[in-house]
Ligand binder design. Structure first.
Ligand SMILES: NC(=O)C1=CN([C@@H]2O[C@H](COP(=O)(O)OP(=O)(O)OC[C@H]3O[C@@H](n4cnc5c(N)ncnc54)[C@H](OP(=O)(O)O)[C@@H]3O)[C@@H](O)[C@H]2O)C=CC1
Ligand SMILES: CC(C)(CO)C(=O)C(=O)O
Length: 353
């Protein structure tokens, strides 16, 4: 995959940035980039758009309280972008299942020089772009069912990410984040010599100057698998049981399920050539050490929101099938999680009626 020089103009000057998705992660990064002097537009809708227009964007993080000079924009504004007005950088920060609809709203935001950075959990839609080998260019059906993401977001302009930023929207346009802002970034095509491309280095510098710990990796997928296995072993089980990470990774009964799912997923990772950094015993110890954390999926479940099960669960099963690897424990857990989610949805509907 050949890459153009980026950013196209003054590398040390302010860049034109679009953050699409004004939730916890999008607002956190938009606020820090705007505070660092970049011209940031934030794509929002509904109550969040109105709140941003009325009160601006407010972020509380470890460095203080920021009232950020972002410009809220809606989909119609992007659709009407004149030719030549594409952004230098586009961040996509929605739940995985919302990404195709979000990408469809970008209009002329992405031009030939734009770098696109999806910040989404789960198996990414770009997983097989730049891998070489027998699956090169393949689509991950579970996260890109219509192929719209691969069609709309050019692989040569994508930078992959693993998101370790944690944040919570406390109200529309208001976000709190109580951990360091950490992002792992990488080109889709791994570099055999372990080098980082100039544009990846430039992007990391831009983010670091805005207070975001951005680390470039030559083989991003290795790190991605660690996060995937963390999400797969804890998020669905937290919905089924209501348990926190401390319980999930320490309770002897729950550990049975965690271990089964973890070993199934580690086999899939290895089959796909990942150099896994996971020592299983240490992984469980670290998980338990995270304390009484309620996973993002448990929080979505309790709020009656859709769960990211396709990206965190189904996509992994899809990757397993490519090597005819069974994932019985994972599939049972996913089915139980869906059962709980449907029951909860029904209960919320009845309560609202
Ligand atoms: N929050 C966290 O701590 C972490 C999150 N992640 C991952 O990061 C990703 C983003 O998460 P997070 O920020 O928490 O998610 P949120 O649900 O907080 O935010 C997503 C935002 O995207 C908006 N959106 C969705 N579809 C559209 C659309 N078509 N047009 C305009 N806006 C749209 C939503 O708007 P609306 O509210 O109107 O629906 C919402 O504001 C997820 O994959 C998550 O798993 C990863 C690590 C930690
Ligand atoms: C905390 C953690 C790592 C649990 O899988 C997470 O990413 C989430 O809650 O979505």
């Amino acid at each position: 995959m050949s890459t153009r020089p980026w950013p196209p103009q003054d590398p040390d000057g302010p860049q034109r940035v679009l953050v699409a998705g004004a939730g916890a992660i999008g607002c956190t990064l938009a606020a820090r980039l705007a505070a660092a002097g970049h011209a940031v537009d934030l794509l929002a809708r509904g109550a969040t758009l109105q709140a941003l227009q009325a009160h601006g964007l407010q972020l509380e993080d470890l460095d203080g309280h920021w009232i950020a000079p972002v410009r809220p924009v809606d989909a119609a504004t992007l659709a009407a972008l004149p030719p030549g007005q594409a952004y230098d950088l586009v961040l996509l920060a929605s739940k995985s299942q919302d990404l195709p609809a979000l990408a469809a709203q970008l209009g002329g935001a992405i031009g030939p020089h734009t770098l696109v950075l999806p910040l989404v959990n789960g198996v990414p839609f770009w997983y097989f772009q730049g891998t070489g080998g027998r699956f090169e260019g393949r689509r991950v059906q579970a996260v890109d069912p219509e192929g719209t993401l691969l069609a709309r977001l050019p692989a040569a302009q994508l930078i992959g990410s693993v998101v370790f930023v944690t944040a919570e929207a406390t109200a529309p346009g208001r976000v709190r984040s109580t951990t360091p802002h950490l992002l792992m970034l990488g080109e889709l095509q791994p570099d055999p010599e372990g080098r980082l491309s100039p544009r990846l280095q430039a992007l990391c510098r831009l983010l670091q100057d805005a207070g975001i710990q951005a680390r470039g990796l030559p083989r991003l997928r290795d790190k991605l698998w660690t996060k995937l296995i963390a999400n797969l072993t804890s998020n669905p089980l937290s919905v089924v049981t209501g348990a926190t990470l401390a319980d999930i990774y320490a309770d002897p009964v729950l550990l049975e399920t965690v271990r089964s799912v973890m070993f199934e997923a580690m086999l899939v990772a290895a089959a796909h050539g990942a150099r896994l950094e996971i020592d299983p015993i240490e992984f469980l110890r670290l998980g338990a050490g995270m304390g009484a954390v309620r996973t993002s999926m448990l929080q979505d479940f309790e709020r009656g929101r859709p769960l990211e099960l396709a990206a965190i669960g189904d996509a992994l099963v899809e990757l397993a099938r490519l090597y005819e690897l069974p994932m019985p424990a994972t599939q049972t857990l996913l089915a139980q999680t869906r059962w709980h989610a449907q029951r909860r949805e029904g209960a919320l509907r009845r309560r609202a009626a």
